[in-house]
Design a protein around this ligand. Sequence first.
Ligand code: ARG
Length: 491
Amino acid sequence: MLQISKPGFADYQCNNAMSLFSSLQGSATNFRNPRTIGQAILNNLPASDIVESASVAGPGYVNIVISSDWIAQRIQDMLIYGIKTWAPTLPVKRALFDFSSPNIAKEMHVGHIRSTILGDTLARMFEFANIEVLRRNHVGDWGTQFGMLIEYLFEQFPNWEEAGNQAIGDLQSFYKASQAKFEDEGSGFKAKAQQAVVRLQQGEERYQAAWKKICQISRTEFESVYKRLGVELEEKGERFYNPYIPLVLEELTNKGLVKDDKGARVIFTEGQRSPLIVVKRDGGFNYASTDLAALWYQFNVEKAEWIVYLTDVGQKQHFHKIFSAATMTGWLPDENEQRYPKTTHVGFGLVLGLDGTRFRTRCSEVVRLVDLLDEAKSKCKAQLIEHLTENEKIAGWTDDELDRISEAIGLGAVKYADLKNNRLTNYTFSFEKMPSDKGNSAVYLQYAHARICSIIQKANKDIEELKTKAAITFVHADERALGLHLIRFQE
Ligand code: ARG
């Protein structure tokens, strides 16, 4: 196998000599040790303009240095023929990314913004590779909490049908208040809320309309965040898959997978201590039954060949169980057989505040996504203004320019914080560190990008000629390293 080598040794390294030698053990062979095999590989390398030099190192590694001219030529080709020619080829035509997926009216935490940013980034990479991506927002828009929310809406806003979203205000406070009332045993509210769930599920018009209204208020808020972040999503919430659950459970039951467990209906999956509950003891469906129905729908109706979920690592077990159940049912091939269709859970760590606990903004207990973006922006704006007073050059900026630039830097910082940190570990988020203009930060990249744009602008019409006539050569070792890094995009 050819691997990317440690910097300083070579560009690539082939380590087959060692395993080949051990498989020859006991048979008559001229090879005295792995190194002699490495030497034989080296001697038989076909001539190629890709390879600058090759050598054998240590116990038998074949080290390969790629020709600098060849690297430069690839980059020149990209300039001439366009970045699209670098798109990797994957064996799937349609993939589904389930990301962002917040819950209607419930708290939207920073985890949802991480999911949004990571999901959008991966989706963009797949789209670049010419794969059709279904960008799915699996919002939590169904469940018993809606009985309470609807009943509360009726009580507090008798004119809810005419009332604008503004009148109902912040849905999270609304949620909290309705919850408080639900828990207040004396009020008789609980019984009404439970009645409301039944009436909603039976499809009674007034209840459906109230449900729609509540979802719409949340949706408007989510959409403002997506718009600011430049993220596109198509909503198909839990409610959408609800009608498919009975059919899917019937299939699983017929295949003998669904068992009775203390009154609940469950699926036991390999290597998991607790089973996957698919029908609650009260007969209701849940998160898992919805995900099974969604998976069935996405494979069978939407014909997705690869389904990717982005949630925090806390949901790893859940998805593991769903995937096992899907394999047991035969929807997914066994791991070692043909590989598609397939499912992947892309988990991520928590975002922590400077005090080491779950990140919160200063104004509220829960971090609303909008608040986070606003705070990032206003912090950047404050810093910019500070610079403005010191730096004559940018003193002429208009308010509008200042605003647009703060938004770009602030949001860039939020996005980049998610992308530069290890996906799986928790990371500490600090507004103070965000606008750093040194090294590995968003604003540094944005600055470099702006400068490049300015160079291109100055080159004006010469640029087309430069692309084809000016040959790229690497002068500094860093340039070669960058070139090599760029052409590895496919890998
Ligand atoms: N709504 C869930 C949450 O906020 C995330 C949903 C992820 N997608 C899924 N198909 N389960 O935790």
